[in-house]
Design a protein around this ligand. Structure first.
Ligand code: ZN
Length: 298
């Protein structure tokens, strides 16, 4: 397993905000204490280029992000989403880390990989930041894998408790990316209805699985068995990217899904098994949300 992270991920910070730098410090600490970090193969990270960003984001939004650094203060991109003068550089490293993690598995340097990054990415829209997210980390990596490694079918499984509306928007009409999201519904951001299945050539390549609050391990196990596995089997992915949000844990302060750590372990092992079955084990886990530090680092 390759492990990709960067010390600068703690520079994007706002005290009192749920998406603060203490989140990633808790994960780093835990991976260090358990010896997992030492057992994984650490990779160097390069920031993404404008070209990589523009594969999924608009030029106008990129201009906005690039101007923030010169303002010298923290700004709000929307009510929930902050950016300080270094946040854009940090976001480029976060997206770059996910690209590096995908490169490693596609080149065969690692069986699978884990990208421990922030700011998170799955709510970032093509033309605006949103929901604590600046750049669409996983979407940028998917577009990059397609362009540089000629991967034709990428499965993105988003098990963050919130709908991955940004990732969905970037590939909504694109049949080369099958986007599958499990999320509490209704909940922020309010999208991700069962009927939203993609458009045009991408019709049938978006699968939303809205789940009422209160469900937990057994429901997720059933959803994977009855929905996610059959979708993967039909699609035959060449690469799996997982938006791993740990905010569907029962102790998370922002949501009401009741997954336990065992439930999470089951989801991860099912996805590893899925990658073994369809794409030679090629899977990248990418950190998204998770706002209870015990659960996030567990
Ligand atoms: Zn979330």
């Amino acid at each position: 397993t390759a492990y990709v992270t960067h010390p600068r991920f703690s520079e994007h910070h706002l005290p009192e905000h749920p998406e603060h730098a203490g989140r990633i410090r808790a994960v780093w600490r835990r991976l260090g204490e358990t010896g997992l970090a030492a057992r994984m193969h650490a990779l160097d990270v390069q920031p993404v280029t404008d070209e990589q960003i523009l594969a999924v984001h608009s030029r106008g939004y990129l201009d906005v992000l690039q101007r923030i650094g010169s303002l010298g203060r923290t700004v709000r991109l929307d009510a929930d989403t902050y950016a300080n003068p270094t946040s854009y550089e940090v976001a480029c490293l976060a997206a770059g880390a996910v690209c590096t993690a995908a490169d490693a598995v596609l080149r065969g340097d690692a069986a699978n990989s884990l990208a421990v990054v922030r700011p998170p990415g799955h709510h970032a829209m093509p033309d605006h930041g949103m929901g604590f997210c600046l750049l669409g980390n996983i979407a940028i990596a998917a577009a990059d894998a397609r362009r540089r490694h000629q991967v034709e079918r990428i499965l993105i499984v988003d098990f963050d408790v919130h709908h991955g509306n940004g990732t969905e928007a970037m590939f909504y009409d694109d049949p080369s990316v099958l986007f599958v999201s499990t999320h509490q519904y209704p909940l922020y951001p309010g999208t991700g209805a069962l009927e939203d299945i993609g458009a045009g050539a991408g019709q049938g390549y978006t699968a939303n699985i809205p789940i009422p609050g209160g469900h937990g391990d057994a429901s997720y196990a059933a959803i994977f068995e009855q929905v996610v596995w059959p979708l993967a089997d039909r699609f035959q992915p060449q690469l799996i990217l997982a938006s791993a949000g740990f905010d569907a844990h029962w102790a998370d302060p922002l949501a009401g899904i009741r997954l336990s750590l065992n439930g999470y372990a089951l989801l991860c092992s099912e996805l590893l098994r899925m990658a073994d079955q369809y794409c030679g084990g090629k899977i990248v886990f990418v950190m998204e949300g998770g706002y209870n530090l015990e659960a996030l680092s567990g």
